[in-house]
Design a protein around this ligand. Structure first.
Ligand SMILES: Nc1nc2c(ncn2[C@@H]2O[C@H](COP(=O)(O)OP(=O)(O)OP(=O)(O)O)[C@@H](O)[C@H]2O)c(=O)[nH]1
Ligand SMILES: [Mg+2]
Length: 403
């Protein structure tokens, strides 16, 4: 069982293959603002290209409510089928999450087609990007949790025991139950291994307790890695693709007068990330959870930057103490029009505008970091003073190692 999903079988798009022709499908309900559905689909296209797919057609259906059987309406399924045939494509990706039965129904109506959703696509990218033992464990847990309720039809070709290929009938119920039991056990084993790594990370974080630690967070592609490279020459991989970074990188940033700050780059956030994925990735994001200050990078040139900020906030709510001091940056300022920049300045007068790529605003950022570091040092000194004067055995709330 050690290799339930052999490395290559974890990938839906195989890197060696030619780019796989793919059709994308988005659904806009009346609650979605005009333009928003198109932005979501653009992002899905970027994700598909990151996964090495060739997008041949994009559908957007406006509907009152989702069709429980196939998500989109019957007529749209027929249109998709015709489009798949005319492009000779064998893959369709939905922007919304599909249930196991929706995948089954769609595969029945679109024979010979791999049907997946945004999460499946993200997991595929994660599987390709995972480099360290820690991120490989996280990806495998997330994949198994995702595949378990979908263990049927095309998904079976991801499972070692069933090499039935695309569109073949799934295993019988008894076999499925056995598979699910084995997968649950595998997930538990992997989680135990991951916990050990997390504990080691926590010990490491505690051993660095004396140095001010800043976690760089933000939406995927905002420029987090470019920023850490700019500040520390970290040499982190940067690319105009989503999820370029999966493993966190930690570097020292010398700020003068014998002081250093620790900066950590983390995995980017994205909208519609299922809860279990955030949960699993808490380990990498744990780097941010232990930070003394959060540096949030926002792509100020993105038209949907506000949604990026909301998504970032929702993820942060789950992983950090909201009292943690925060610095916000609008990055890519040189790529914005004058009007867009002015509008941003009016709406967010306290947010710094920088360009990590063009080296704009870095001095101001450094000053701000030093200021936050000084505040933190002062607070620590005050805290130590309180502890020194406290009666024996009394420990104040803020003085535990977790702080
Ligand atoms: N125009 C412009 N592009 C930038 C700037 N900073 C970063 N980029 C570009 O934005 C893209 C993403 O940069 P990364 O640094 O990889 O972004 P990231 O936030 O680390 O992304 P993930 O690791 O995918 O979450 C790359 O093509 C960068 O060259 C900037 O200040 N201006
Ligand atoms: Mg990155």
């Amino acid at each position: 069982m050690d290799n339930f999903l052999p490395t290559d079988e974890k990938l839906i798009f195989h890197p060696k293959n030619d780019r796989e022709k793919t059709i994308l499908v988005g659904v806009a309900t009346p609650t979605i603002k005009p333009g928003q559905a198109e932005e979501h689909l653009n992002e899905l296209q970027h994700l598909a290209e990151t996964a090495n797919a060739e997008v041949v057609q994009v559908f957007l259906q406006r509907i009152q409510k989702f069709n429980p059987a196939t998500l989109v309406g019957e007529g749209k399924v027929i249109e998709i089928k015709d489009a798949l045939a005319s492009h000779d494509a064998k893959m369709v990706v939905f922007d919304e999450e599909l249930s196991g039965s929706q995948i089954r129904n769609l595969e029945k109506r679109l024979p010979g087609t791999k049907v997946l959703d945004r999460t499946g696509l993200i997991l595929d990218i994660f599987a390709k990007r995972a480099k360290t033992a820690e991120s490989r464990l996280m990806v495998e847990i997330a994949q198994l949790e995702y595949f378990m309720p979908r263990l049927t039809g095309a998904w079976t070709n991801l499972c070692r025991q069933h090499n039935g290929g695309i569109g073949t009938k799934g295993p019988g119920e008894t076999q499925l139950e056995t598979d699910r039991r084995l997968i649950r056990k595998r997930i538990l084993d992997l989680k135990k291994k991951l916990q050990k790594i997390e504990e080691a990370r926590e010990r490491q974080a505690k051993s660095r307790n004396d140095v001010f630690h800043v976690g760089i967070v933000g939406y995927t592609n905002a420029g987090k890695s470019t920023l850490i490279n700019r500040l520390t020459k970290a040499g982190v991989y940067v690319e105009n693709k989503l999820f370029a970074t999966l493993d966190s990188t930690t570097r020292q940033f010398y700020v003068g007068e014998g002081n250093s700050i620790i900066l950590s780059d983390t995995v980017g956030f994205i909208r519609k990330l299922p809860h279990n994925l955030v949960d699993t990735f808490k380990s990498t994001l744990g780097v941010a959870a232990h930070a003394n200050c959060i540096l949030e990078v926002i792509d100020g040139s993105a038209t949907d930057y506000q949604e990026h900020m909301e998504v970032t906030q929702r993820v942060l709510d789950q992983i950090i103490d909201l009292k943690t001091p925060r610095i916000r940056l609008f990055n890519k300022t040189e790529a914005q029009s004058e009007e867009a920049r002015t509008a941003l300045l009016e709406s967010f007068p306290d947010v710094l505008h920088v360009s990590a790529k063009e080296n704009i605003g870095m001095d101001k950022l450094k000053q701000l970091l030093i200021q936050k570091m000084n505040d933190w040092q002062e607070e620590r000194l005050a805290q130590k003073e309180v502890e020194k004067n406290a009666p024996d055995g009394w420990v104040s709330e803020g003085s535990t190692d977790e702080s």
